[in-house]
Design a protein around this ligand. Sequence first.
Ligand code: NAD
Length: 451
Amino acid sequence: DRPPTHHQRGTVNQSSPEQPADVVARLRATFRTGRTKPVEWRTAQLRRLRDLLTEHGDDLAAALHADLGKSAAEAQRTEIGFTIREIDHTLDHLEEWLRPESAPVPAHLGTDATAWTQYDPLGVVLVIAPWNYPVQLLLTPVVGALASGNAVVVKPSEMAPATSAAIARLLPAYLDTDAVAVVEGGIPETTALLAERFDHIFYTGNGAVGRIVLRAAAEHLTPVALELGGKSPAFVDRDADLAVVADRLARGKFLNAGQTCVAPDYVLTDPETAAALEPLLVSAVEKVYGADPQTSGEYGRIVNERHFDRLFGLLDSGRVVVGGRSDRSDKYIAPTVLADVDPKAPVMAEEIFGPILPIVTVPGLDAAIDFINDRDKPLALYVFTDSGDTRARIAAETSSGALGYGLPLAHLTVSDLPFGGVGESGMGNYHGRYSIETFSHRKALLEKPLA
Ligand code: NAD
């Protein structure tokens, strides 16, 4: 076999002979030369990635439309522009984030001793991404990995094939192909990759595969971040302005046809508030997507038939307040609100990850807190209330990856907040300086002069 030519190198698929072990070895050799370590290399790569996103934004938006029916505006806001903002924030602050930090030295070491920490890159890292935001959730970790001075193997989701192909074509054209490689494929390719030794694995997706990743990483003692999902509750207090709540719930839930890891999964409220909220959710859905969301250019589609069938089976878990319609040939499921939902109904058994919003009623705040604590720790918890006491109680008495008061999803657009889960919703976090923490080793240094 002849070695791959330079232009074949960045991407691995059926047309390229490069195997996972060869990819990792090649990137590791690059890392060993020290080429990825200077901050100048890192910022140059980030600028190239920015160029890719601005020069090929239309190609990526077209791929996102093909995979998920995303509108151009939504693709820009939640994927392309989102990643550009992360790059800009990182370029603005990287040198400051990388600055060594001094540590006070105890008296027994004498007054001439000094101690400090510095961030070291980890080496070759693997980023495995899901299909629901296949640009953002692939490239935002890559921003952190490159900013930290690592070489990166990137594994897009095979369930967003147009985006995967676009990434495999574009990334090698812009980035240093000796330090960044795209490996396309599904379970066999990912399994083969996971047999290799990486210095970090950053996985976004479901908890079942998260366990597979963690087990594979254990073999090599490789640190992992697992960005998982789960059912994120939205608690609505009786004192809240319900028209505002309905509008924000509808926008947060039905974005990307509900296929958002931090989407409000279900509404938790008392029976009177539920009754008052129902008509307001009907008008909120109509305000955002019109009387027939299927004809709205702003409303997305379900990723594939398998997920369509799964979601279709959840539509009769309660009384339909709005929506309920579906069209398998178009992978369309209407924005749907279900009321009178039994906590034991199928729609409450697993993360919905689609455009179905069940309303579950509880007597009040105490019961709501118990309901949340009886279940897995969510990736996000949303609380709609005017009461400071209620906000404080929920913050103190529950655990979740993030806690959002009054507005779903928005916390993940704040680059200075860590984004990640806890318990079943994952481990580790990223965004902004937290990505540097994740993709670096904070090395301890001590110096005592010899004379
Ligand atoms: P997916 O099916 O695209 O899988 C994610 C990745 O895992 C893909 O790259 C896929 O190739 C790989 N994979 C699948 N099976 C594998 C196996 N057996 N071995 C090795 N690798 C395998 O995406 P998904 O898991 O359906 O994503 C949806 C889930 O991800 C939801 O639970 C959602 O909440 C969660 N999610 C979390 C976040 C977050 O940031 N915390 C973001 C998006 C999605």
